[in-house]
Design a protein around this ligand. Structure first.
Ligand SMILES: Cc1ncc(COP(=O)(O)O)c(C=O)c1O
Length: 351
């Protein structure tokens, strides 16, 4: 398939913003081209960080770093202000407002639909099956000619399960749409990532984020791995300087600490299973779903009331009851050991 055929015509024909530094391929020398402050910056807080200059629009250092972390070629990487920015960019690249549509198997992460609504792009909502896997016949029956994107989430938020790889690859090979697989929580699963399949499927986009396992939600950094053609179009449409210098600096520093990330993952998985066992022992808990993520989906008799009573004790959890197939379900993030103990003490008295 030729992915370019799915791109909006105005985006294909777009002349992106360029700077003089692009033309001369240099950000060194006497830089008098971008109306920056050559005298210096009012921020002097971090040695070696120059904030008076615009960041690199080509994301070269980030690509090199993350290519090394993930064994993915640099040319297949693009960075966004959180993966939420990439979700929005993909919709804007492929979907003509008021004309094209996006298919979203639910229940899943709510931002896919919100981003479509903001862009005036219709969503087709189909249900995941009872095991929260993609219902292939249901997808096929609901797909239209102008379905440009299908959003999948694996492990899925809020159900916590990985999607079957074969199903995702069937969608990629069978349909003339871009298949986006959001792997925000993949670090908490044993395997199941689809990044190795990028080279086989030109219409597959995998989303990742530093907001979860890396503990960097505050720097707003996400990325995607995709065929070079899609990556190049993302570069065309993004704001020129989307990733700021402090974010890049924070990631470089965090990458030197990747053993800490691995410790967090190990600890969170252990706590997830401990909490699951504890919750399952309560008579008022109907089901704790297996999770490959850093949260648990818990079915109760009265989720709304439990959420309220926990909030009264200062513990905030998410009620997902309004989502299809999730009646009376709370989504509870796995906290640190102390937080989980406090949750347990509170919830066992409430439920
Ligand atoms: C499935 C999923 N994707 C993406 C995000 C947002 O990621 P980011 O912080 O990189 O924008 C979240 C946040 O909760 C999420 O659950």
């Amino acid at each position: 398939m030729n992915v370019k055929n799915l791109v909006r015509k105005n985006i294909l024909n777009l002349n992106p913003y360029t700077s003089a530094r692009d033309i001369y391929e240099s950000d060194k020398g006497i830089l008098l081209d971008a109306n920056e402050n050559s005298w210096g910056s009012t921020f002097t807080g971090i040695e070696g960080v120059r904030l008076n200059r615009y960041p690199d629009p080509h994301q070269k250092d980030l690509r090199k770093l993350v290519s090394g972390l993930n064994s993915v070629p640099e040319k297949n990487l693009f960075f966004g202000v959180g993966s939420d920015e990439i979700i929005d960019l993909l919709i804007r690249i492929f979907c003509e407002p008021g004309k094209d549509n996006v298919l979203i198997p639910e229940p899943t992460y709510g931002m896919y639909k919100v981003a479509c609504d903001i862009n005036n792009v219709e969503t087709i909502n189909v249900l995941l099956n009872d095991n929260f896997q993609v219902d292939l016949p249901e997808v096929e029956n609901n797909l239209k000619d102008n379905t440009k994107l299908i959003f999948l989430c694996s492990p899925n938020n809020p159900t916590g399960n990985l999607l079957a790889k074969e199903d995702v690859l069937t969608l990629c090979s069978k349909f003339n749409s871009v298949i986006v697989v959001d792997e925000a929580y993949i670090d908490f699963a044993e395997d199941g990532s689809l990044i190795d399949e990028i080279k086989n499927y030109p219409n597959l986009v995998v989303l990742r984020t530093f907001s979860k396992a890396w503990g960097l939600a505050g720097i707003r950094l996400g990325y995607c791995i995709a065929n070079e053609e899609i990556i190049n179009i993302l570069f065309k449409v993004k704001a020129p300087y989307n990733i700021n210098t402090l974010t890049r600096f924070a990631l470089e520093s965090a990458a030197r600490n990747s053993n800490l990330k691995n410790e967090y993952i190990g600890g969170i998985i252990k706590e997830r299973e401990r909490l699951k066992n504890l919750l399952e022992s309560l008579a008022g808990v109907i089901k704790v779903y297996s999770s490959d993520a850093n949260f648990l989906l818990v079915k109760l008799n009265n989720a709304k009331e439990v959420q309220k009573k926990l909030a009264d004790k200062g513990i905030i959890v998410r009620d997902r009851s309004t989502q299809p197939k999730l009646e009376n379900c709370l989504r509870i993030s796995v906290g640190n050991k102390e937080e989980n103990d406090l949750l347990w003490e509170a919830i066992k008295k409430i439920v």
